[in-house]
Design a protein around this ligand. Structure first.
Ligand code: ATR
Length: 264
């Protein structure tokens, strides 16, 4: 029986096992996928188990997406550029780190038929998922990417990887076509303290959070007449890409899959 895991800390809330086990069963693959909470000191040993084939692969979530990198033999160019790994595979004797958050975000946006090309994007937050989002937006040829983060320095650090981004102070709202909440504000029903009442309508409000399915950020965007989208499909598509890497099969995304993640 093959074994796959998602590693993180905390990990209780991860819905990856539901998704992967559903697809494994659907495709008659004899494997299991479990979540496991690790301490940083346990990462190296855990990854060695993939090298010696006790484990067949893993997903990586916060706070380990960068921490796993020194223990891997190779990185995909996307993982290299973002310094963020969320999927580990064993390929021809090498441990390889991939970043499927990028493809996940891109597919989720494409699914909306939204054209990012030549659009101005405002990103709120500078945490773990933001390099992947910026990478995807650059691939989709956004004309301007602005980052606003409570801790200015963290936004500034992103400049080492993405030298063209603009940075504004937390609380400043420059004009945009699409605004992305990549902070953790909203997970517990909190509101982002930003004055967006003058931004008008016809924009896209995107929240990386999908539980709750409509954060106050999205509610406000909708009230002002804007299109809104949560992070559910991004999450599903990053899992889809990981599944494809491990099993060489494109799993089905249907209403049952969407329902697996409905827990609010
Ligand atoms: P993750 O990697 O999961 O995104 P993170 O690195 O802690 O976790 O990122 C959380 C993001 O939410 C950060 O951008 C954080 O801002 P700081 O860099 O200033 O910590 C942002 N965030 C969390 N709570 C916030 C709050 N109450 N107000 C503003 N920003 C907040």
């Amino acid at each position: 029986m093959k074994k796959y895991f998602v590693i993180g800390n905390p990990i209780e809330h991860s819905l990856s096992p539901q998704l992967h086990n559903y697809w494994l069963e659907q495709n008659n693959i004899k494997a299991v996928y479990e979540k496991i909470k690790l301490e940083e000191s346990e990462i190296e040993n855990f990854i060695l188990k993939i090298k010696n084939q006790e484990i067949n692969g893993c997903n990586v979530t916060v706070p380990f997406k960068k921490i796993v990198i020194p223990f891997l033999d190779k990185l995909s160019s996307e993982a290299e550029h973002t310094q963020s790994v969320n999927t580990i595979c064993f390929d021809n004797g090498d441990l390889v780190g991939y970043n499927t958050d990028i493809g996940g975000f891109q597919k989720a946006i494409n699914n909306l038929n939204y054209k990012v090309k030549d659009k101005e994007i405002l990103i709120l937050g500078a945490g773990g998922v933001v390099p992947s989002i910026i990478f995807a937006l650059n691939k989709m040829e956004a004309s301007k990417i602005t980052v606003s983060n409570r801790t200015y320095k963290k936004a500034e650090n992103l400049r080492t990887q993405f030298n063209k981004i603009n940075i504004v102070n937390w609380g400043e709202v420059p004009d945009f076509d699409m605004i992305i909440n990549a902070t953790s504000i909203g997970l517990n029903n909190e509101s982002i303290n930003l004055n967006i009442t003058n931004i008008g309508d016809g924009k896209l409000f995107y929240d990386v959070i999908y539980n709750p399915r409509e954060t106050n950020f999205l509610k406000e965007g909708k009230k002002l007449g804007n299109q809104i989208e949560n992070g559910k499909l991004m999450f599903i598509y990053q899992a889809f890409e990981a599944f494809k890497l491990w099993h060489n099969i494109e799993p089905t995304i249907n209403s049952s899959v969407l329902k697996l993640l409905d827990n609010d």
